[in-house]
Design a protein around this ligand. Sequence first.
Ligand SMILES: [Cu+2]
Length: 296
Amino acid sequence: MHVREDAFLTTAPTGPRRRRSLPAAALLPAMAALLALTLAACGGGSDDGGSAEAEAQQPAETATTPSAEQSQTAAAPGALNATISGTITFGAEARREPGVLNMEADPVCAEKNEENPMTEQAFLLDESKGIANVLIQVTSGLPDMEFAAAESEVVFTQSGCIYDPHVLIARVGQTVKILNPDGTLHNVHVFGKVNEEFNQAMPAFQTEIERVFDQVETEPFAIKCDVHPWMNAYGVVLDHPYAAVTAADGSFSIPNLPAGTYQVEVWHELLGGQTHEVTVTEGGTATLDLALLPPG
Ligand SMILES: [Cu+2]
């Protein structure tokens, strides 16, 4: 990671092309083979997540056999209309409620949270045990293609003395706008392992800084505030747009994929990570519903 020294980035950086040793000429047969595998193994998701329940369903229309010509069409990486979506829930029988954060160490933070005390962000369950802040990312299987450009910036806010979002997805080269509207001292300590670690104080008067991550880093790294020990978040840096963080109800959606078979990593800071193979057909939606269990 490095400090952006130029002015505010107004044009969206284009993500780098996927580095892959497979020659382009070999891609079409390979994709056709993947499609054949998809058709042969209806409902072909697999689960290597041990006790977690995994389900990766094919849409009903994949039961019909397309012509060879249609197969060629489906294999073309240009058709970006497949979706992987699902809901991540907490699989244990008993609910676990997040603790209320005690912010008395900083009167500014305490006052901001006086009426609606903030809870831990690590374990937010809705009434159906959907878990927020689970990271879902495609980790392999993407063809050699030009990915959609990143938004010009992603915002990471220190608001009410917590980080928002709790799990940050940034693209390589994308501006990360870090805001401090709290009127108190924060510091942003990013524990990158591939990207350079950095630690920058943001006094009350410093309401905005910008950073850029310059390396792919798919293993979530911690982001902490050394001033307020309850403030923590996680981040990844990707060279493609195929990742999501679950919403308050545990749902997620990764759209605009080409048809294919992908390794999809699901990660939660307390419940760990697991990888699932998901096959999705052109125009189809593959469902990845998981019930995560506490480790051990
Ligand atoms: Cu802070």
